[in-house]
Structure formats: structure tokens, C-alpha cells
Ligand binder design. Structure first.
Ligand SMILES: Cc1cc2nc3c(=O)[nH]c(=O)nc-3n(C[C@H](O)[C@H](O)[C@H](O)COP(=O)(O)OP(=O)(O)OC[C@H]3O[C@@H](n4cnc5c(N)ncnc54)[C@H](O)[C@@H]3O)c2cc1C
Length: 489
């Protein structure tokens, strides 16, 4: 990633390196524009994108005609291809919403009608027998279901990271640890002051998630506000990963989709999230009350969920807007600022479609001003396939070890991650322990890094040629080993 800049000029500057900003970057790489992305954290995907349920929603939850509905359905349809191109874990496991009493049936039917209006493919109302045929471990209280076979699950952070890597390989410049401090509309260009210097751009795309309203306000745009809503989630051991196949939804409440039981793209099961309106945008704490609500609700849906299987907990904060829908529009106050804000759920699902929508808006913006924009015929949507020890069979493993001995060295034993994969993650931009974890899963298993952390740190120090004491968990002052110990030297 590009490290330093003075005053640099770009056609388009994207603020925010989450799943939305990187999707926009990848889409814009299809044009011959000079594009850059600035991100305040030291790595991509460290915002809301790293802490969510990873569901590719089918699109029956949202009101017909809303941007959420349109972009969710379009995004869901794009996932198989995007994830294949970027080699990101994705599975079309299906989404199943269940009614637990006859009283809930009218609402279940409403979601069916809504889904049909939204264009959800192969959506089906199913009776009790079919529900249990699909999911034998569901609670016996369930009376009917709504099944969307094309809903899926994805590794959200890998999607964002590899969208970014792909955008960069296609010419987009990425500046990390470059928090935007001020934005000024100078009339014929827009000026963005960051921690890494000042940028000038013809257009700025504001994908700053929880802080998108702060960015808009820098140019006097108060047309929307972010209303943060926290969600706690609990990850269960892979031992119970097969309790359900589809993602199980109850009927939703007013401000959330309810507590879900979610298979993950890596074979775990997850339960959550809660939905708590709050002021604080970066409070990622989990609570005993949150756990209780989630555990009780999830147990009502699926039999066999036990607290003892919980291996990790986390929280993410949704960047809901006060308009109730995504805000994707040019600012009326600063016409060179394109706000892509309020991207709460289903923002992960919608991200690839948002990227394409922004691409079209920018093409139109240029056309209206007589600015020629050429297609980038060299754009390559693909990234090379990455080897994952966990997914390969013995003959292939032997072949890989013959080429590179580092595949024989299992660094993370819970998730079966080899030294070669850690090194590849570093080559793909990982600079922190969390960056390695999000790319490889080292530290995400049952022991939560108890075994592999020292080994990962040693590999990072060696590959990056830095002292082990300078490596952080996620940037800033989150140093892991403040001084060298005998074991780590
Ligand atoms: C608990 C939970 C569960 C969810 N589950 C799902 C789901 O299953 N399916 C789904 O489709 N959606 C889900 N969502 C929503 C989804 O996670 C978000 O819509 C999506 O991650 C938003 O991506 P983003 O890029 O807009 O935001 P972010 O990932 O937050 O990215 C914004 C980036 O901007 C950066 N930034 C902020 N300020 C500045 C600045 N001043 N200068 C430079 N950079 C800045 C941040 O550091 C951040 O990296 C869930 C959300 C939560 C909280």
C-alpha cells in the first residue's frame, strides 16, 4: 500500500476502506480514472465490515422501491461471481425465515409478497413438514417458513480486503492510516486534508461508515445524520457448525431482523445480533445481558445450542441513517461530494451493487460536464487463487509441500493455517495481528490464538523485518509484546 503523500491530485478520492469503499474502488478501476482511497485505520476492513453476521441477504426484508431493497437483491445476485473472481469464501446456503405460531403467519406472507415485489428469485412459502425436511434441528414450535435458496454467507472482511487488493492491482492507490481531518469544496476541485497529507480531487466519494455524517458536515452538509446501533454476536465452535444449513431468521422486530442462527462461511455457527441504539460509535463491548437475550432467543429457534460452545464474542455498530434508507446521492451543498452513507444492513450484501451504482453515477456526472471517460480495457477482475491448508486434500497438500516446505508447518492448529499462508497474507498487505487473522483465520479457532499468536508474531517480524515489539494487534498503541521475552527472541 502507498505509504506517504504530499499534495496529490486524483480524479476521484474515496474516503473509507470498508466493504463499501473497496467495492466502489474496484468498480471505478474499470474506468481510466486516477482513483485513490484513504482509510483512517492501518488496514482495510477494520470498521463495521469486520464485525457483522456475514449474511448475503436474499432481499425480502426491505420495503419495495427502497435503495436497500433494490441494491440488496442486485448485490445478492452478484455474489457468486464476485467471490469466485476474488477467491473469497462464499456459500449459497439459503435463508429461512420461520413462524413460531399461527399468529405470525400473516406477517410471514407479507414478507413473501414483499420479496416477490423486490424480485427475490425462487422465493417459496413452505409448510412445517418441508421446514423440518430442510432443517431437522429446528424447534418443534415452528409452523411454517419462507425459504430463499439464493441467500448466502460470506467472509465479509476477506471480501473487503480482496476488493481492495484487486482495485489496487488495477491502478487504484490506497493510503492507510490516513484519517481525513478536513474537506473543503474549492469550487473547481475538492480538497481533502488527511493525516498523510493533502489531496485534491475532482470528486470525493464519502464511504466513511459510522463517520460519514462527520465528513459531510466538514463541507456544511447536514442533510443526514448517523444513528449508531450496536449488535452483539456470539461465535460457536465448529463442533456444532452443522446444526443448521440455512441461515435461520425469526419474524423481525421494528428496528432489527431479530436474533438469528447463522452458519458462517468457515463452518462455525454464530448467534445474534442484538440491536441497541446508542450515542457512542466505537463502543464494541459485549454484555452479559446481550448474551442472555441472544442465547434465549436462539434456543427458541434451534435445538442443541449450548453456552459451552461459545468460543468468541464481538460487537459491531450499524451506521443507520436518520432517513431509514441508504443515502447515495451528490451533496446539494458541495456538488463534488458523493455521499454513500447510512449503509447499515443489508450493506454487506448490497456493497458490490453499490459499487456499480456509484460507477454509473460518476459516468453520468462526467457526461453531463462533457468530461470524456474511457473504459479501462486492462481491468482484470480476478485475483490468483489462494491455497488454504484447510481446504486441500492430501495429494494436493503433498504437491504444495514439495514446492514450498512452509505448507508443512501448521501455525494455527485450530483452523489449520500454514506458515505459507501467513507469509502470503503479509504479501497481500497484512501488517497487524488482526490483519493476519482476518485474511487467514489464524487465531479464530477454539483456542482464540493462545497457541499461534507467538508463532505468527515471529513470522511477521521476520517477513516485515521489524522488531517483534513493534507489531500491533490493530494499529495505534495496541502493541502485543511491549518488550522481548526469552521465548520470543
Ligand atoms: C452486528 C451487525 C451485523 C450485520 N450483519 C450484516 C449481514 O449479515 N449482512 C449484511 O448485508 N449487512 C450486515 N451488516 C451491515 C454491514 O456490516 C455494513 O452495512 C457494512 O459493513 C458497511 O460497510 P462500510 O464500508 O459502509 O462501513 P465500514 O466497514 O465501517 O467502513 C467505513 C470505513 O471508513 C473509515 N473512516 C471513517 N472515518 C474516516 C475518516 N475520517 N478518514 C478516513 N477513513 C475513515 C473507517 O475506518 C472504516 O474503515 C451488519 C452490521 C452489524 C453492525
Amino acid at each position: 500500500m502507498t505509504e506517504k503523500t504530499q499534495r496529490k491530485k486524483f480524479d476521484v478520492l474515496i474516503i473509507g476502506g470498508g466493504v463499501v469503499g473497496t467495492a466502489v474502488a474496484r468498480s471505478l478501476a474499470k474506468l481510466k480514472l486516477k482513483t485513490a482511497l484513504v482509510e483512517k485505520e492501518v488496514e482495510l476492513a477494520f470498521g463495521t465490515t469486520k464485525a457483522n453476521s456475514g449474511i448475503v441477504h436474499a432481499g425480502f426484508h426491505n420495503e419495495p422501491g427502497s435503495l436497500k431493497a433494490i441494491l440488496c437483491v442486485k448485490g445478492c445476485d452478484m455474489f457468486p461471481q464476485v467471490c469466485e473472481e476474488l477467491d473469497v469464501p462464499f456459500k449459497e446456503n439459503g435463508v429461512l425465515m420461520v413462524a413460531t405460531s399461527d399468529r405470525e403467519l400473516p406477517l410471514l406472507h407479507k414478507f413473501y409478497e414483499q420479496g416477490i415485489q423486490n424480485g427475490v428469485r425462487d422465493l417459496e412459502l413452505i409448510d412445517r413438514d418441508r421446514v423440518f425436511e430442510l432443517e431437522p434441528n429446528l424447534s418443534r414450535d415452528i409452523v411454517a417458513g419462507l425459504f430463499a435458496p439464493h441467500g448466502g454467507i460470506v467472509s465479509p472482511f476477506e471480501l473487503a480486503i480482496y476488493q481492495g487488493v484487486n482495485a489496487e492491482k488495477n491502478g487504484v492507490e490506497i493510503f492507510l492510516d490516513a484519517a481525513v481531518e478536513n474537506v473543503v469544496d474549492r469550487g473547481n476541485y475538492i480538497e481533502v486534508a488527511t493525516k498523510k497529507g493533502t489531496f485534491e480531487a475532482a470528486l470525493v466519494v464519502n464511504c466513511a461508515g459510522l463517520f460519514a455524517d462527520d465528513i459531510a458536515q466538514m463541507v456544511g452538509d447536514t442533510s443526514f445524520a448517523i444513528r449508531p446501533r450496536k449488535g452483539e454476536e456470539y461465535l460457536l465452535d465448529k463442533r456444532v457448525g452443522n446444526l443448521v444449513t440455512s441461515t435461520i431468521f425469526p419474524l423481525p422486530s421494528e428496528n432489527s431482523k431479530g436474533i438469528l442462527v447463522i452458519p458462517t462461511a468457515h463452518g462455525n455457527l454464530m448467534i445474534g445480533p442484538t440491536a441497541l441504539e446508542m450515542q457512542e460509535r466505537e463502543d464494541l463491548s459485549t454484555t452479559q445481558e446481550g448474551l442472555e437475550v441472544i442465547y434465549q432467543s436462539a434456543s427458541k429457534l434451534v435445538k442443541g445450542i449450548s453456552r459451552r460452545d461459545i468460543i468468541a464474542s464481538f460487537a459491531g455498530v450499524r451506521a443507520a441513517s436518520d432517513r431509514g434508507d441508504f443515502v447515495i446521492e451528490f451533496s446539494k451543498v458541495a456538488p463534488r461530494l458523493l455521499n454513500v452513507a447510512g449503509i447499515e444492513s443489508p450493506g454487506l450484501t448490497a456493497a458490490p451493487a453499490i459499487g456499480e451504482m456509484v460507477l454509473e453515477m460518476i459516468k453520468d456526472w462526467c457526461k453531463d460536464r462533457g468530461i470524456p471517460v474511457e473504459e479501462n480495457h486492462d481491468f482484470n477482475p480476478r485475483l490468483p487463487k489462494r491455497v488454504r491448508l484447510q481446504d486441500i486434500d492430501d495429494p494436493r497438500l503433498e504437491e504444495m509441500i514439495a514446492k514450498d516446505r512452509r505448507y508443512a508447518h501448521a501455525v494455527c492448529r485450530c483452523e489449520l493455517v500454514s506458515e505459507a499462508e501467513i507469509v502470503e497474507a503479509i504479501q497481500n498487505g497484512a501488517r497487524t495481528l488482526d490483519g493476519i487473522k482476518l485474511r487467514t483465520r489464524a487465531g479464530m479457532g477454539r483456542c482464540q490464538g493462545g497457541f499461534c499468536t507467538p508463532k505468527v508474531l515471529q513470522i511477521m517480524a521476520r517477513e516485515l523485518n521489524v522488531p517483534i515489539t513493534s507489531i500491533t494487534k490493530r494499529g495505534g498503541d495496541s502493541v502485543i509484546v511491549p518488550y522481548k521475552t526469552k521465548e520470543l527472541i
